[in-house]
Design a protein around this ligand. Structure first.
Ligand code: URA
Length: 195
């Protein structure tokens, strides 16, 4: 697929996300947050759901935790945030930053699967447990963060290396998680450089 075709298909998905009004968070959000970045990237970052700043701007990871994520991408991977692609499991803000519900995750699943297929990244970096659980169910993040694994999606043509990270908001809450988050990013850089 050419870059132009990828952009057109990603725009089409963003339009579908905008048009959909089937659940409350889709009706009540200020802006939808489909995701953004380079459609030809080797690395796709997947977070949980937009927060307040993302809802106001329509862009993923632009609040406090987003600043940490974007700074670490730049400083550790040596890439501008716009050189990778950043999206979320859920494309609308759950009110009061509550966890997304299984229904909200299910509603957004097909859009995310199509984004993954179009971008076909070498590495999917999951941020936090909701994103991790899509690819690696029934594990705790404290046991598997920073350990890459090959994941074949049962209903998809693709398989990817999935690299689970703590969510940057968790890193901001506790020093021990921040240490792990930054150490895992260095592992990610080493993996990218060795491939
Ligand atoms: N947290 C997320 O999981 N995603 C965002 O876009 C912002 C904060």
């Amino acid at each position: 697929m050419t870059t132009q075709e990828k952009i057109e298909q990603l725009n089409q998905i963003a339009q579908e996300i905008r048009n959909f009004k089937g659940i409350d968070i889709a009706k009540n959000c200020t802006h939808v947050v489909p995701g953004e970045g380079n459609p030809d990237t080797e690395i796709l970052f997947i977070g949980e759901a937009p927060g307040r700043d993302e809802d106001l701007s329509g862009r993923p990871f632009v609040g406090l935790s987003g600043r940490l994520l974007r700074k670490t991408i730049t400083e550790t991977l040596g890439k501008k945030p716009e050189e990778v692609f950043i999206t979320n499991i859920v494309k609308y803000r759950p009110p009061d930053n509550r966890d997304p519900t299984p229904e909200e995750i299910e509603v957004c699943k097909d859009w995310l699967d199509r984004q993954i297929e179009i971008i076909s990244p070498k590495i999917i970096v999951t941020l936090g447990r909701f994103s991790m659980a899509k690819f690696i169910p029934d594990v705790t993040i404290s046991r598997v963060h920073g350990i890459p694994r090959k994941c074949q999606m049962s209903n998809a043509k693709w398989s990817n290396i999935v690299f689970p990270l703590y969510h940057p908001a968790a890193a901001l809450r506790a020093g021990i998680m921040m240490k792990a988050f930054l150490a895992d990013f260095i592992k990610l850089k080493d993996m990218l450089n060795s491939n």
